[in-house]
Design a protein around this ligand. Structure first.
Ligand code: BG6
Ligand code: MG
Length: 211
C-alpha cells in the first residue's frame, strides 16, 4: 500500500457545496454590479473567504474600507449558510459514500483538509460528522491554500508523515498546496486540467483504483 492516509478537500470533492459558494458570490456580485462568472469562480476554489472577495473586487475595489469588505464577506457567508441549512444526507452521493466506506475497509486513515470555516457544519448536514479520523479546516490555519498548512495539519492530526498521505482536490490552489507540502495529489473536476496532479480522477470512485 503506497499511502497510509488520504486527505480530502471538502467543497467540490466530497459534496457539491462549490456550487453554493458560486451562487452566494454571484448574488453578492450582482447586487454590487460587479461582473462575475464561472471562470472567475474557478479562481476562488480553495482560497479563503476574504481572498475570494479580493479576487471578485479585483476590477473594482475602489474606495472600499476593510470594514466594508468584511461586511460583504459576512453577507456572502450568510447567503451561503442559508443554502447549507437546506442540505441533508441525500446531498452526499451514493458514489462518494460507498467509496469512503470501501477506503475505510481497506484501512486508510482519512481526514478533511478544507479552507472552509463552515466545514464542520457541512459534515454535520450531509451525515458525515464523526466519520473522518481528523478534520483540518479554516478554523485551525493561518494561511490558506496554496500554502500547505491545512494539509500538513491534517497529516499531523492523523499522526502520519505528509509523504504517506494522498491529497484529493478540485482546486489548482489545493494541488499547489499538496505539492508545497511534499504530498502526492489526485485531481477531480476543474483541477484535472492542471499539470500538477499525480493522478486524474474522472469520477470519485476512481480513487479505489489508485489507492
Ligand atoms: C474552500 C472553497 O473550500 O473554502 C473556497 O473552495 C472558499 O471557495 C473557502 O472561499 C472558504 O470557505 P468559507 O466557508 O469559510 O467561506
Ligand atoms: Mg474544493
Amino acid at each position: 500500500m503506497k499511502y497510509q492516509g488520504i486527505i480530502f478537500d471538502l467543497d467540490g470533492v466530497i459534496c457539491h457545496t462549490d456550487k453554493y459558494h458560486y451562487q452566494a458570490w454571484k448574488k453578492l456580485a450582482d447586487k454590487l454590479g460587479i461582473y462575475f462568472d464561472e471562470t472567475i469562480n474557478n479562481r476562488l476554489r480553495g482560497v479563503s473567504r476574504m481572498e475570494s472577495l479580493d479576487i471578485i473586487l479585483e476590477k473594482d475595489s475602489s474606495g472600499l474600507t476593510e470594514e466594508e469588505k468584511a461586511g460583504y464577506a459576512e453577507e456572502k457567508n450568510q447567503y451561503y449558510r442559508e443554502m447549507l441549512k437546506e442540505m441533508n444526507p441525500d446531498d452526499l452521493s451514493d458514489e462518494v459514500k460507498d467509496t469512503l466506506n470501501q477506503l475505510r475497509e481497506r484501512g486508510y486513515q482519512m481526514a478533511i483538509g478544507s479552507s472552509s470555516k463552515n466545514a464542520g457544519f457541512i459534515l454535520e448536514r450531509i451525515g458525515l460528522k464523526g466519520f473522518f479520523d481528523a478534520v483540518s479546516d479554516g478554523n485551525n490555519i493561518t494561511n490558506s491554500k496554496p500554502d500547505p498548512e491545512v494539509f500538513l495539519k491534517a497529516a499531523q492530526f492523523l499522526g502520519l508523515d505528509p509523504k504517506d498521505c494522498l491529497v484529493v482536490e478540485d482546486a489548482r490552489a489545493g494541488l499547489l498546496a499538496a505539492v508545497n507540502g511534499n504530498m502526492d495529489c489526485a485531481a477531480i473536476g476543474d483541477a484535472v486540467n492542471s499539470e500538477l496532479a499525480n493522478y486524474k480522477l474522472n469520477t470519485f470512485k476512481d480513487l479505489l483504483n489508485i489507492s
